[in-house]
Design a protein around this ligand. Structure first.
Ligand code: ADP
Ligand code: MG
Length: 700
């Protein structure tokens, strides 16, 4: 396959009859102008600049490259007497009165709004900054849906601007910066759009029917239709894929010239490992191990992806690969994307290695200086046979004595730069682990040419997790059920709501919630709390206590999303589950159902009329299936075609614009094109940036 489905350009692209909002071509691009401070835009003083900085917007270029999260379809403006059903509409009126109240963590603002034909009760959720602004007499234009309680507002305008009801981009705004402000800034930044230049050869763009980059950017910010926005997105996705492919070619070239030492056949240590396992390996695990063994016996470095849903048992397979290195008196390392996950792996692997008389070394950047130096020393001398860590493993001062096998866990959360840094200059055999189902073509694009092993079936003694969805008026029943599990000697998780605030506030909320539960629903039980702000020593202690059954319940933020493995934990309550994405809920749910006992996941949400349609669909999907592939597909359907841009799909670190299913053709095309471009050094800057920039992956 070498062609992309041909894209028909709407007028306005490539300078044809450009509509007024699009800037006229200027003589030559001046990329330096994009570095201008955001304060050079109208209406941005130091205070707003600081708030924008928190959204990652510091320069004019940052604004230009920020992508809308989605687009709002235009909806009709209606008179209040004409509102009915569940239809989306815009209403223009005047505030009569406003009140606010709290319900749990939810802040609800209600305003009576009137036009000539009647009055409605409009409701805003969690927008406390609006409180002082909705005073009697203010003219408003609100967009939302009428329901039997009134009118649930989705967007609004306080001074009667026309935008609310129109087709418009929706940017990732925050509490401090309004949507309106962002739209205004994007409008201004478009004046600089020609300065982005375009280093992809014009002939290629023409043959593939792709717009120039400036037009693509203008199209995503000011499209007149979804189709136009999609053409813009397609071009940006093509760039992303092309740069990624070029980067992979560059790292592959380095790798191919390298050769690995064959590790031969499995020996005595592997025999002991297998007999020390408390369970029979599944046939999928056996097959994956054989495939790995075959790779390890070759003189070319292994590049294998081990794919298996949450709970399918990837860790024992990964440890098999690491032990193959140990057997040859060499080193094995496992790199995980977060501290919690690295620590968790450390605990699991250390336990599995204990009967073999092997010690495991942990290296994360939050170790104290002395511990860190000691770990580095063991790694450099080769005394550390198995090392588990975070990105700390790829820092310059870490010098492996003889790394033979590297395992990269949840690799989609690492960028290509980080994945290649572990391997650079050493050419170990590499095993990538993923729980995210990815089509093979995409895997090839993102990871280069690798082989795939799959754990299709979970260990045989697993029962599918039973999932139930209850609204918060019935949450006490959920807690009674949880307590019954505790009384039977099982353990439990309570996941705190996802609040889009600072890590510190999230941590504080989790601690408050743990405290509240200790004196309410969970009185009399030992309740621990885990979040990203805990000092690492403390975090490890809490995890170890939970593993040792010294705690009954772990109240946690999404730090437990990946890797946490305590088979005796058989029930989980997710609070305000409607706020989580489907992929995230699936990952969270994977923390239970890890042993032979029947496990349960109880999703607690607000009442149905307070939920968006897609939130209801997500919760229904969770109840309906535990299959990760099915949920991934369902997720794409729910987010729908309207959700064109921005969503950082499943965390593929280097891909922000690409859409997994839609862009299959495009990614094959990028693969072909990349091969023909390498010699010309095109896009070299972007490739350098991709390979050099090591994006920091935080906790939770
Ligand atoms: P994941 O694929 O999500 O990383 P893990 O490797 O953490 O899954 O395994 C999940 C749980 O299943 C662990 O408690 C592990 O010990 C257990 N497990 C793994 N393989 C088997 C097996 N063949 N039989 C029974 N339990 C197993
Ligand atoms: Mg795992």
């Amino acid at each position: 396959m070498g062609t992309v489905t041909r894209i028909v350009l709407p007028t306005g692209f490539a300078g044809l009859e450009a509509p007024e909002v699009w800037p006229r071509p200027r003589s030559a691009p001046r990329p330096d102008r994009l570095g201008a401070s955001i304060e050079s835009l109208d209406g941005v003083g130091p205070t707003i600049a600081r708030r924008l900085g928190k959204l990652g917007l510091r320069t004019v270029g940052d604004v230009l490259w920020q992508r809308p999260r989605r687009y709002e379809e235009p909806v009709p403006t209606k008179q209040i007497c004409d509102l009915f059903g569940d239809e989306e509409a815009v209403v223009e009126g005047v505030v009569r009165s406003a009140t606010s109240r709290r319900r749990g963590r939810l802040k609800i603002l209600t305003a009576r709004i009137a036009d000539e034909t009647g009055e409605i009760k409009a409701t805003w959720f969690n927008q406390p900054w609006l409180e002082g602004k909705l005073v009697a007499g203010t003219s408003v234009r609100i967009r939302g849906r009428a329901n039997r309680h009134g009118f649930a507002v989705s967007s609004y305008d306080l001074d009667g601007d026309a935008e609310t009801g129109d087709f418009a981009p929706v940017y990732p705004a925050g509490e401090d910066v309004t949507q309106k402000k962002l739209r205004d800034l994007h409008g201004q930044a478009l004046a600089y759009v020609r300065d982005v230049g375009d280093d992809v050869p014009g002939a290629l763009l023409v043959s593939d029917g792709l717009p120039i980059r400036a037009d693509a950017l203008a199209a995503i910010h000011r499209p007149r239709s979804l189709a136009e926005a999609e053409v813009g997105r397609t071009r940006l996705a093509f760039d992303e894929l092309l740069v990624l492919r070029l980067a992979l070619l560059r790292t592959a070239a380095a790798r191919e010239s390298a050769s690995a030492q064959p590790l031969g056949e499995p020996g005595v240590l592997i025999g002991r490992y297998r007999s020390s396992l408390p369970f029979e390996l599944t046939s999928d695990q056996e097959r994956a191990m054989q495939e790995i063994d075959a790779d390890l016996d070759r003189a070319i470095p292994m590049q294998r992806l081990l794919q298996g849903d949450v709970g399918s048992g990837k860790t024992v397979v990964a440890l098999h690969a690491l032990l193959r290195a140990v057997e040859r008196e060499r080193q094995g390392a496992l790199m995980a994307p977060t501290e919690t996950l690295a620590e968790q792996h450390f605990l699991t692997i250390d336990e599995l290695c204990a009967p073999l008389g092997l010690r495991v070394t942990l290296l994360t950047s939050s170790l104290r200086a002395k511990e860190h130096a000691a770990a580095r020393q063991l790694i450099a001398s080769g005394d550390a046979r198995i090392v588990v860590g975070t990105h700390a493993l790829i820092e310059k001062e870490v010098d492996f004595h003889d790394l033979a096998v590297a395992v990269v866990d949840e690799q989609h959360r690492f960028g290509v730069a980080q994945r290649s840094a572990l391997v650079e200059g050493r050419s170990p055999h590499v095993l990538h682990l993923t729980a995210t189902p990815i089509p093979r073509t995409l895997a090839l694009t993102v990871y280069g040419d690798l082989e795939v092993s799959e754990l299709a079936l979970p260990p045989a003694d697993r029962k599918p997790i039973v999932t139930a969805w209850v609204t918060d008026d019935r949450s006490s029943a959920a807690y009674s059920r949880l307590c019954r599990h505790l009384d039977d000697g099982r353990q439990a998780y309570v996941v705190c709501p996802l609040i889009e605030a600072s890590e510190t506030r999230v941590a504080r909320a989790a601690e408050e919630e743990a405290e509240r539960l200790r004196s309410a629903e969970l009185r009399g039980y030992r309740v621990g709390c885990l979040h990203g702000r805990l000092p690492p020593v403390e975090r490890r202690r809490v995890m170890a206590q939970f593993k040792a059954r010294e705690l009954h319940v772990l109240v946690a933020t999404t730090v437990i999303e990946v890797g946490v493995d305590v088979p005796n934990a058989t029930i989980m309550i997710v609070q305000e589950a409607d706020r989580f994405g489907l992929a995230q809920l699936h990952q969270l749910r994977g923390r239970v159902g890890r042993g032979p006992e029947q496990s349960y996941c109880l999703l607690v949400s607000r009442s149905r009329d307070e939920l968006s349609e897609s939130a209801e669909e997500r919760l229904e999907a969770m109840v309906a299936t535990t299959d990760g592939f099915e949920l991934a597909e369902r997720d794409l359907e729910i987010r729908g075609e309207g959700q064109l841009l921005g969503a950082r799909q499943s965390g593929y670190s280097d891909l922000r614009v690409v859409r997994l299913r839609r862009d299959q053709d495009l990614l094959e095309r990028a693969r072909d094109v990349a091969r023909t471009l390498t010699d010309e050094g095109l896009l070299a800057d972007a490739v350098d940036r991709l390979l050099g920039e090591s994006e920091h992956l935080g906790e939770s």
